[in-house]
Ligand binder design. Structure first.
Ligand SMILES: [Zn+2]
Length: 436
């Protein structure tokens, strides 16, 4: 009996090892099978793929023997966070996220296709090069989307590396795509959210007047403005980016409705750019009281915003409230549409954002363009500021929404608006015979 028990135990033990081994194999097959298959298929000359921009410019290609990128080093670097690399060092790269499609890999059969597979992107390498050059080595990001079609025509994150280098001198944070994969203190661009909430939740907002002498105690806390704005109405408060006005506006909206709007506009969620996940943001959700609600309404407090979420929001405002979901890949399929902003609110926001440029920033910063926007200078807490500028062109032939972010870059107006102008001017000239 004893012997039999011992034998049965041994058999069970062996069976357990087999099951464990099988589980490990299946897990690793599901996780790594694609790279095993692509590795062996490439050795056997079976798999070929190319990635091009919207105009057919080669970004990356591979076949059995070789990997290739664009011939121009500046183009490779400027487009690094779009392309990624064959080592999967940056999470948002096409070569990483679309390896399965590019290899034609089928997880059921474990086979890869032999035909050449091409992925055409919506980005324009010329715009990306312009945007990357304009960031001039600073940490930051630029995104431009056609708000009517959803085509993401510009996606740049800086700094970047040359993907051909196996062991590059990589500055800190170089592999993070700052447009998609991180969240930052928004500062005054967040007043767009507070303004939209106020339009819907504060019926007296158009009759209100806000007096600013540069500082004011609100709910027991002293708020500062960089300038004395004196009497602001709601429109003027946004154009002046008056903290003292917007602290009071946020309190009038109230934390509950602020949270409702922040959530409804998608700032708390991770989104999917053709399957590439973006960073979620944060906003005070637990009760914080009036002073902190005021801080959060002016884009400080614990507010964190993914630049991509703000790009979606302004794109929806520009498109009368309807968000055409951005697409990085031109797969011939129409983009998804959803109502992100109440159309009446969107119309009012368009007018307010146009007024910001006319009244405060100056149309002369954007020659020949009809820009609607909002700047932001976000205090980071260590004495530095993030520079932001977001908005859109009111131009049916060039329906572009944009966001420019320079991490610890300084003032939004002085630092971020010239970058936006450079990229938008280039975008205007694309598709024409003019030089760019
Ligand atoms: Zn003020």
């Amino acid at each position: 009996m004893k012997k039999l028990n011992r034998r049965a135990f041994s058999v069970l033990l062996i069976a357990a090892f087999i099951v464990m081994g099988l589980c490990t194999y299946i897990t690793r097959y599901l996780r790594d099978g694609e790279s095993w298959a692509s590795y062996f298929s490439r050795l056997n000359s079976l798999s070929e793929g190319t990635v091009t921009d919207r105009n057919g410019v080669l970004l990356a290609s591979f076949n059995a023997n070789d990997n290739h990128y664009n011939e121009d080093r500046n183009t490779r670097i400027a487009n690094y966070h779009v392309t990624g690399d064959f080592w999967n060092r940056t999470g948002t790269g096409i070569l990483t996220n679309f390896a399965r499609q590019l290899h034609g890999y089928n997880p059921v059969t474990g086979m890869t296709q032999t035909k050449r597979i091409s992925l055409k992107l919506n980005v324009d390498t010329v715009l990306n090069n312009k945007a990357y050059a304009a960031l001039a080595g600073r940490k930051g990001a630029v995104g431009v989307v056609n708000y009517r079609t959803g085509e993401l025509i510009c996606m740049v994150s800086s700094p970047a590396i040359d993907p051909v280098e196996s062991d590059p001198v990589a500055p800190e944070g170089v592999y993070i795509n700052r447009l998609l994969s991180a969240s930052f203190t928004p500062g005054s661009i967040f007043k767009l959210v507070t303004a939209a909430a106020a339009i819907e939740c504060v019926p007296t907002i158009w009759q209100r007047s806000f007096f600013c002498e540069g500082e004011k105690e609100i709910s027991g806390v002293l708020f500062h403005c960089p300038f004395e704005h004196y009497t602001n109405d709601f429109r003027g408060a946004l154009a002046n980016s008056c903290n003292i006005a917007f602290a009071q506006i946020a309190i009038s909206v109230g934390q509950t409705e602020m949270v409702n709007h922040v959530r409804a506009y998608g700032f708390l969620d991770s989104h999917s750019l053709d399957g590439i996940p973006t960073a979620a943001g944060s906003y005070p959700l637990d009760f914080v009281g009036d002073p902190e609600t005021a801080w959060s309404g002016i884009g400080q407090s614990t507010d964190l915003i993914c630049p991509y979420s703000m790009l979606r929001f302004v794109a929806a405002i520009a498109n009368d409230g309807v968000l055409v979901e951005p697409k990085l890949i031109d797969d011939g399929q129409p983009a998804e549409h959803s109502l992100l902003v109440n159309p009446d609110t969107a119309g009012i926001m368009q007018e307010l954002m146009r007024n910001n440029v006319i009244q405060t920033y100056g149309d002369n910063r954007f020659p020949g363009l009809e820009v609607c926007g909002k700047t932001g200078t976000a205090e980071v807490g260590d004495g530095t500021d993030h520079a932001w500028f977001t908005g859109f062109l009111k131009d049916p032939d060039h329906p572009y929404a944009f966001i420019v972010f320079v991490e610890q870059g300084g003032g939004g107006l002085s630092v971020a608006t010239p970058i936006a102008n450079t990229v938008l001017q280039a975008a205007m000239r694309r598709g024409t015979d003019m030089e760019y």
